[in-house]
Design a protein around this ligand. Structure first.
Ligand code: PTT
Ligand code: SF4
Length: 601
């Protein structure tokens, strides 16, 4: 089919074998690309394995729109069985590796086995080499990126890990381009467990699109439309950091380990402070609304800020200065640790200290302690070791009721939105296919604008609509969703782009069917890999149900457990899953997943 590469590149690090395999059109039609390809491969090939063993596999996949000359297309999915959650894990990273993988002629790279010593993989069109990474091992993600660029030139796409991934810390993510990060559920640890420091990708081929001239014309119109949007200017000034002030105003800013939704020092950290400190902007390839805003941290190094990073490494741990939160953000990027899990882990330790559950004294806002903890977590040593496997494991270790405020779902730490007064967003976290991530359904903006306090079925329908678009379409076409979400770029462009790329005319109904198939298969994967998996895995921690917020305009608010339960039942019903949240046989069969139905009985 036009618009795709020639298939899949499989690299076995145990025996050095490299093979090229076709991806048949049926798979492209059923799963589109990106996340769709990843879950299909993992379902077929990764069964009941230890995520950090050589039997696990890691998939780097792109979609038909990735790397094309159209808005914000430089994205790549990185997926594996997660060492943090034990279920399906993925992330979406903006990287030149997406563009060059397309130019090298592949739709996905599957890395399996384990190298006997540190290595990295160099892909140059048809030629694939597994090379020694002894000089890179131990280097932080910035240093290693620089060394690899020096060796292989800047016309290469690089995804790599920092020391956190090398140390197989389950909250380690994959990095690229000095500050892009993807793969929250421990994808960096999976690379580290394979002794794989990096993939370096170079490609020189033209993509065989159905109608290149049309694509160029549509792409240009798309870029122009984005630039002409009313919200474009503000976006270019603040990027995702614009959410900071909004969250505080709406009492959903994670504060002191999600106890509260407002922070009295919010004005020291918001997007306007960023504007004052602004030191440059970066972003993903193919994007004309780049959102990687830079400031200089306390050591005069560049830190690339995003709302999630500052929410979790600022108010969530009581840090009152953007420069300090930026420094922690920079350290996380160097170590290759996920900022959300890191901020949640440090917040968990601060609360445990406050409650006297650990002997160490770490106060809210203690910047020195937070810096020390980043290193300890990255090494998996000292007190940091307790949270380096995530706050779920930490709470199981120290007990004493701490699971009630270990802010995670399915083992993945909750992103930076306090949901005491946002039941729809709580359900979005509860039903996200990778654990508590906001990526699949950021319903919170719609919820606050339209229908904040209700628990009705219409809200659940809206949630599924978001999941189909964000988690289904954008993850499998594999392009950035922010043009649509943040500046209102029209969704109607995407079927047109796909038609110009593949030559096939598709409707949104077709894409939603693909999205539902992907969701059903991911859910089946969780079930197969975790026999006890079911309904109770879809609930947020007790803190949101039992401990009301004590300040701000949402003072006294908490989620009604019985009504959450009802929304969850509607969610299952609408998805065609049983009361335990497992896809019903007829649902799987409707998705063409008959074999899957048999496998999960
Ligand atoms: C994403 C998660 C996010 S979501 C953020 S900020 W966000 C955090 N960023 C981190 C970081 O930075 N450094 C670090 N060490 N850890 C980090 N962890 C957190 O990871 C990101 C953008 C953003 S910024 C968002 S919302 C959108 N996410 C998209 C998505 O998921 N899919 C898609 N099709 N398009 C998206 N566009 C936007 O991309 P994960 P990136 Mg990301 C410094 O990776 O695992 O999905 O977690 O990749 O290139 O950095 O772009 O307010
Ligand atoms: Fe990357 Fe931001 Fe552009 Fe999306 S909007 S492609 S995340 S730079």
């Amino acid at each position: 089919m036009n618009g795709y590469g020639n298939g899949l590149l499989r690299i076995n690090l145990s025996d050095g074998k490299v093979t090229k395999e076709a991806i048949f059109d049926a798979m492209k039609r059923d799963f589109l690309g990106g996340r769709g390809f990843a879950i299909k491969i993992l379902w077929d090939e990764v069964k009941n394995v230890d995520p950090l063993s050589e039997k696990n596999k890691i998939v780097f996949s792109i979609g038909p729109l990735s790397g094309q000359l159209l808005p914000s297309s430089g994205k790549m999915v990185i997926a594996s069985k997660s060492p943090l959650t034990g279920g399906y894990g993925d992330g979406n990273i903006g990287t030149m590796a997406s563009v060059y993988l397309k130019k090298a002629g592949y739709d996905a790279v599957v890395v399996e086995g384990k190298s006997g010593k540190p290595c990295y993989v160099l892909i140059e069109d048809e030629t694939v080499q597994i090379l020694d990474a002894n000089d890179l091992w131990g280097k932080n993600s910035f240093e290693a990126q620089d060394l690899l660029e020096k060796k292989h030139g800047r016309n290469s796409g690089i995804v790599l890990i920092g020391p956190g991934g090398e140390n197989e810390v389950p909250i380690a993510t994959v990095m690229s381009q000095h500050g892009r990060a993807g793969g929250r559920p421990g994808m960096g640890a999976v690379m580290g467990a394979k002794n794989l420091k990096a993939l370096v990708i170079k490609g020189t081929k033209n993509v065989s699109n159905f109608d290149d001239a049309k694509l160029r014309e549509l792409g240009k119109k798309g870029y122009d439309e984005i630039k002409g949007k009313e919200s474009y200017d503000f976006w270019m000034r603040q990027g995702t950091m614009q959410a900071f002030e909004w969250c505080n105003e709406n009492a959903c800013l994670p504060t002191h380990n999600f106890k509260e939704g407002v922070f009295e020092f919010a004005k020291e950290l918001d997007g306007y402070v960023l504007e004052r400190l602004h030191a440059g902007r970066k972003g993903c390839p193919m994007c004309n609304m780049q959102c990687g805003h830079l400031i200089k941290d306390a050591s005069d190094r560049e830190a690339e800020l995003d709302y999630e990073n500052i929410g979790m490494l600022g108010p969530n741990i009581g840090i009152k200065s953007l420069i300090q939160a930026g420094q922690l953000n920079r350290m996380a990027d160097e170590w290759g640790l996920d900022t959300i899990s890191l901020g949640s882990g440090i917040g968990f330790l601060m609360e445990a200290s406050e409650k006297g559950l650990i002997s160490e004294k770490i106060n809210w806002g203690d910047f020195d302690a937070a810096q020390r903890l980043v290193g300890e977590i990255g090494r998996g040593e000292g007190l940091g070791k307790l949270v380096s496997r995530g706050v779920k494991v930490a709470s199981e270790t120290i007990g004493q009721g701490s699971e009630k405020w270990a802010m995670q779902i399915k083992g993945l730490e909750i992103s930076a939105y306090n949901c005491h007064a946002c039941p729809g967003m709580a359900l979005s976290f509860g039903t996200s296919p990778i654990g508590a991530s906001h990526k699949d359904a950021w319903i919170i903006a719609w919820e606050i604008a339209n229908d904040r306090f209700s628990y009705n079925k219409a809200k659940v329908e809206k949630l599924i609509e978001f999941q189909r678009l964000r988690g289904g379409f954008f993850e499998s076409a594999t392009v950035c969703r922010l043009p649509w979400v943040e500046v209102g770029f029209g969704l109607d462009w995407y079927p047109e782009y796909l038609e110009a790329v593949t030559g096939e005319k598709k409707t949104w109904e077709d894409f939603h069917q693909i999205g539902d198939r992907i969701y059903n298969l991911i859910r089946a994967f969780w079930k197969r890999e975790n026999p006890g998996f079911g309904r109770k895995w879809d609930y947020p921690p007790d803190r949101w149900f039992d401990d009301a917020q004590s300040r701000g305009k949402m003072k006294g608010m908490k989620i009604d457990r019985r009504k959450y339960d009802q929304m969850l039942s509607w969610y299952y019903e609408l998805r065609g899953w049983d009361d335990n949240g497992i896809p019903r046989r007829d649902t799987l069969e409707r998705s063409g997943l008959n074999e899957v139905a048999k496998a999960i009985g």
